[in-house]
Design a protein around this ligand. Sequence first.
Ligand SMILES: NC(=O)c1ccc[n+]([C@@H]2O[C@H](COP(=O)([O-])OP(=O)(O)OC[C@H]3O[C@@H](n4cnc5c(N)ncnc54)[C@H](OP(=O)(O)O)[C@@H]3O)[C@@H](O)[C@H]2O)c1
Length: 296
Amino acid sequence: MRILVTGATGTLGSALLPALVKAGHQVRALSRAKRESRGNVEWVWGDLISDAGIADAVRGVDAVAHLATSGRKGRGAVDVPGTRMLIAAAREAQVPHLLFTSVVGTGSAATAYLRYKREAESLVAGSGLGWTVLRATPFHEWLDRRLGELASLPALPVDRSVPWQPVHTGEVAARAAELLSGGPAGAVEFGGPQVLGTDELVSTWLRARNLRRPRLPVRFPGRRYAVQRAGQFLTDALPKGRITWHDYLFPPPPALSDDFASEHTASPTSPANQPEQDPDLHVYGGDEGYERPTRS
Ligand SMILES: NC(=O)c1ccc[n+]([C@@H]2O[C@H](COP(=O)([O-])OP(=O)(O)OC[C@H]3O[C@@H](n4cnc5c(N)ncnc54)[C@H](OP(=O)(O)O)[C@@H]3O)[C@@H](O)[C@H]2O)c1
């Protein structure tokens, strides 16, 4: 299949392109930046606010994966008017399937972003095209970035009553690729493997980033957190992701092939096994008599 991906340069888009290529599809990737096409990925220029390039981008494709978003601060410009323009172009080009990515919890309409996403979902469902709305829980990368921003504070505010279900972007991409191959599926949810309290989420992150911050117990005010506290941003839908927050933060070392191991294992005569003969290595004594060769 030939598939147009909007938002192809984003967090999810960057994971979806290789997943689609791996599944044997031809990918047309949309961006507002000009990029060089390579292999099975053809880059096209287009803007979902001005509508420039969109009619050409949808021409001749079997499906559109619409991931582009103007984000939480973008006042829904890409999510609502942009989706409306994309639908008009896709109808004109008679595209059989439009997959739109959204967020678990749009039904709550608890924030402006969720309301924009819900409105866009309705446009997609009423488009007359074959459609899929894939609602995902927060991506690991997004939470990682949010916590990175909060870490500039002297203490991290932690509301223990707020649950999270983070999901790995690669697994959302794999689910999207599967849905694109399978054809229109209606509304589908996809969440991470575990529900974590904010305390566990934050303490695992602090350990992984090697940071120490006092945690300030708080109760976040407002409707957004009341809705989240009530579990409306969680999903029981199956299948769900398998990669946990802990796995994402502490990825296992890559498995070595036998060839790699034999090439990289130091021989008995190599300096790595005889630190006292290597002028680049110094041996420092540890508190408990532990000695470790360390490069200066
Ligand atoms: N982040 C999360 O935790 C999360 C969770 C659940 C669902 N989702 C959904 O997953 C989808 C992808 O999210 P993401 O986090 O991967 O997004 P992202 O990293 O913020 O990327 C946004 C993308 O939108 C494109 N874009 C922005 N304005 C545009 C415009 N005017 N015209 C065309 N393209 C435009 C950007 O492309 P260029 O800059 O190259 O033009 C970029 O590739 C969204 O629908 C989002 O709602 C996200």
